[in-house]
Design a protein around this ligand. Structure first.
Ligand SMILES: CC(C)(COP(=O)(O)OP(=O)(O)OC[C@H]1O[C@@H](n2cnc3c(N)ncnc32)[C@H](O)[C@@H]1OP(=O)(O)O)[C@@H](O)C(=O)NCCC(=O)NCCS
Length: 433
């Protein structure tokens, strides 16, 4: 059963740190709609959004009420009920190589009011989150970030990269497969109902993916109360020749210039169970009448689409860091995944915050399963906890980090490490959280 983060106690060290600044760090009661609304206002303000409507806040309360919300309050504020710093978290499942899964402490909604910035409040909250997760026995924490400069200092590193696609349809003629099957438009309620099950079917094949929450599916389907910018949202489902639903494409069409043939098809969410569904959905988008441009966020860095269009230069791919991980328990994280090649290494992990600091013998058997035990033997591989997070899913090669000066190992050790840590599937995370 998944651990409920809301049942865990408040981190006392962070409470004392906030108290030393004359501030009150406490858990929020998500059953109190007014208090929850004040937190949502603070989060919206932190992310530079508008005030939002009461209807929208009510929808968000329903969608996010399952999470643990922590806030920092300033009694001297004219609005003392609105926190001046926020964070929320919950336990989800992270896919690891080998179709394995590990419980992960997901962190979101990190904001500090512009009036209270750079006094150490983000540090207070993040360290509190990591201690809470580690004390609860979680081996790993994760987040997606607004800026790549914020979380390295807490031991996080990008382990999943993503690409943003922009395709000029005049150049990207379809040369890919044309699998037999059918496309149909769907009502939004049906989209919201079908997305979770379809995602669950593919989740374990994607290292780096998490299990999203129901509210996210409702937002993708455009049925969150008070949701803006959904008027032009459409969705199609692809079913294979046997009639089995295999893919969903949610998108919106946005008019461009005066030329009616100059619309942009913005992919909101593209979810395919298998290569045929993937090809069918992309082909639908690229061959849509009156569309000159197709855009798609959060695609894999190794998208088959590149090989299914006539002119690869008709597509622009913008790569960015996406899924950040923080290892809290090195042996537990290392033994939770499967490896691509057997071997034995002594690994020294440095962790400024202490959680994952230590030396372990990692032994990988021929079937890819691993054991890790503490040792005093001199290490073959020395790395920081950030480098460990970066290589854990197989998306970043240990030898690349060695060349960047972030891993110490001999040529022989790093070559075997590369082979073992490789993943059959490119790490992929399809959502922001
Ligand atoms: C990012 C944010 C939470 C930082 O809060 P803060 O309370 O000012 O941060 P702290 O005072 O605890 O700073 C801790 C450290 O992070 C650094 N830091 C904080 N924000 C940073 C940023 N945006 N870029 C680079 N470094 C940053 C500080 O310089 C400090 O460094 P140090 O440990 O070397 O001294 C806050 O600026 C914010 O709310 N930003 C807008 C919302 C947002 O982007 N949230 C993150 C969502 S993923």
């Amino acid at each position: 059963m998944t651990l409920d983060g809301k049942t865990l106690p408040l981190d006392e060290a962070s409470r004392s740190a906030a108290s030393a600044l004359g501030l009150d760090y406490r858990l929020l009661d998500t059953d109190d709609p007014e208090a929850f609304d004040d937190v949502l206002r603070a989060i919206g303000r932190g992310f530079l959004e508008g005030e939002g409507t009461a209807e929208r806040r009510a929808g968000t309360r329903e969608a996010l009420g399952f999470r643990r919300f922590t806030g920092v309050f300033d009694a001297a504020s004219p609005t003392p009920r609105v926190p001046i710093a926020t964070v929320d978290s919950w336990v989800t499942d992270l896919t690891l190589p080998g179709a394995r899964s590990i419980p992960m402490w997901a962190i979101s909604g990190v904001t500090v009011a512009a009036t209270h910035r750079r006094r150490g409040l983000a540090r207070t909250m993040l360290e509190g989150e990591l201690r809470t997760a580690a004390d609860a026995g979680l081996a790993i924490a994760g987040l997606t970030v607004s800026e790549a400069t914020i979380y390295g200092r807490y031991g996080f590193a990008p382990a999943v990269y993503a690409t943003r696609w922009r395709l000029a349809t005049a150049r990207t003629r379809w040369i890919g497969s044309r699998p037999e099957g059918r496309l149909h438009y769907l009502d939004r309620e049906v989209v919201a109902a079908e997305l979770p099950a379809l995602h669950e079917r593919v989740r374990l094949g994607r290292p780096g993916e998490i299990r999203p929450w129901d509210g996210l599916w409702r937002r993708h389907a455009g049925i969150m109360p008070g949701q803006e910018d959904v008027a032009a949202l459409r969705a199609v489902r692809w079913t294979d020749a046997s009639g089995t639903p295999r893919g969903l494409l949610v998108y919106r069409l946005v008019a461009g210039s005066d030329d009616f043939a100059d619309h942009t098809l913005e992919v909101v969410y593209h979810l395919a169970d298998g290569a045929d569904a993937d090809a069918a959905l992309w082909r639908f988008a690229l061959e849509h009448d009156l569309v000159s441009t197709v855009t798609a966020p959060l695609r894999s860095t190794d998208e088959p689409l590149r090989w299914m269009i006539a002119d690869q230069r008709g597509a622009t791919e913008q790569r960015h860091d996406h899924g950040w991980l923080r290892v809290l328990d090195a042996p537990a994280a290392l033994t939770a995944r499967a490896y691509a090649a057997p071997g034995r290494w002594v690994i020294r992990v440095h962790d400024d915050l202490g959680f994952a600091d230590g030396t372990w013998m990692l032994e990988v058997a021929a079937d890819g399963s691993a054991t890790a035990s503490p040792t005093t033997v001199p290490p073959d591989v020395v790395l920081d906890v950030r480098a460990l997070a970066a290589v854990l899913l197989g998306g970043v090669r240990p030898s690349t980090l060695r060349d960047a000066g972030l891993v110490e190992a001999s040529d022989a050790a790093v070559a075997t490490f590369d082979a073992a840590f490789a993943s059959a599937h490119t790490p992929y995370l399809s959502v922001w959280y």
